[in-house]
Design a protein around this ligand. Structure first.
Ligand code: SAM
Length: 263
């Protein structure tokens, strides 16, 4: 075990522990412009999901603040979502299209919402927020239970970064960003390969030197393991792309967008 695993995530004042890793202190900055919220990032996701939805209705697992669900609903699709964090979900209705999204607070491993859907989707690596294999299988089974025959379960998730880990090293940096007025941000993933887990570490230092260290645990799984989870849930792989541009998935792909179909 590495020494730094002794650190634990501390809830900021005012955060509700029931909101998990995405409490108010995180939700407040989640919709900052740029990055994952940039129109050139969100636009292609929404276009692909709309095309796959075949008119809907659609269900998002781990809806967050409605980054994807709200613009999808704004295009006229009936959209529902399951989300663990009330702080995140509270932001959905304020977005264009968001007021029509049916939000259910709950855990995507177990929570059922009424109806059957043409598409269930789970994006932005969030399958990995479920840190046990049983839990991830439960997500696949729950998705299948919400699909009508012929419906699709779409997952967007990174390919485990293990090829960047030389022997004896357990951490992979993904961001080093000095601030313009001092301080800055450092992000790195720390792997526990024997447990098929990793922890994302976010170190933010403000110009006055005050720091915040946030750690979020994940479980990684290879695409082939997810195919097996889908089979356990009674679904079969329909396609696997390297991204929302529908490009071919290869040995060098850093993430995949996969769809499994309920027969
Ligand atoms: C990275 S955010 C993604 C939000 C949204 N899907 C997006 O693309 O912006 C992850 C979200 O998953 C939620 N989440 C994590 N585990 C969950 C679970 N077991 N059930 C429901 N929501 C969960 C978190 O609360 C958080 O809002």
């Amino acid at each position: 075990m590495n020494e730094s695993t002794a650190f634990t995530f501390t809830i900021s004042h005012g955060d509700d522990p029931a909101d998990g890793w995405f409490p108010e202190s995180v939700a407040i900055g989640y919709d900052s412009p740029g990055g994952a919220n940039a129109p050139e990032v969100v636009g292609p996701i929404v276009e692909v999901l709309e095309a796959l939805a075949d008119g809907g209705p659609v269900l998002e697992f781990a809806l967050g603040t409605g980054r994807v669900a709200a613009p999808l609903a704004a295009r006229g699709l009936p959209v529902s979502g399951v989300e663990l964090s009330r702080a995140m979900a509270a932001r959905v209705p304020g977005k264009p299209g968001g007021a029509s999204v049916e939000v259910t607070i709950g855990d995507m491993t177990t929570t059922r919402v009424a109806g059957h859907f043409s598409l269930v989707y789970l994006v932005f690596n969030t399958i990995s927020n479920v840190v046990t294999q049983d839990g991830q299988v439960d997500v696949f089974c729950n998705a299948a239970a919400h699909l009508r025959p012929g419906g699709l379960f779409v997952v967007e998730v990174g390919v485990p970064d293990l090829r960047r880990l030389p022997p004896g090293q357990d951490s992979v940096p993904f961001a080093v960003a000095p601030g313009t007025e001092g301080g800055g941000y450092i992000g790195f993933d720390q792997y526990e390969v024997a447990k098929q887990r990793f922890t994302s570490n976010h170190v933010t230092v403000s110009p006055d030197g005050a720091g915040r260290f946030r750690r979020v645990p994940f479980r990684y799984a290879w695409p082939a393991e997810m195919d097996l989870m889908a089979r356990i849930a009674g679904m079969n792989l329909k396609f696997r792309w390297a991204g929302w541009d529908r490009s071919e998935f290869t040995a060098d792909s850093v993430k995949h967008v996969s769809a499994w179909q309920k027969p």
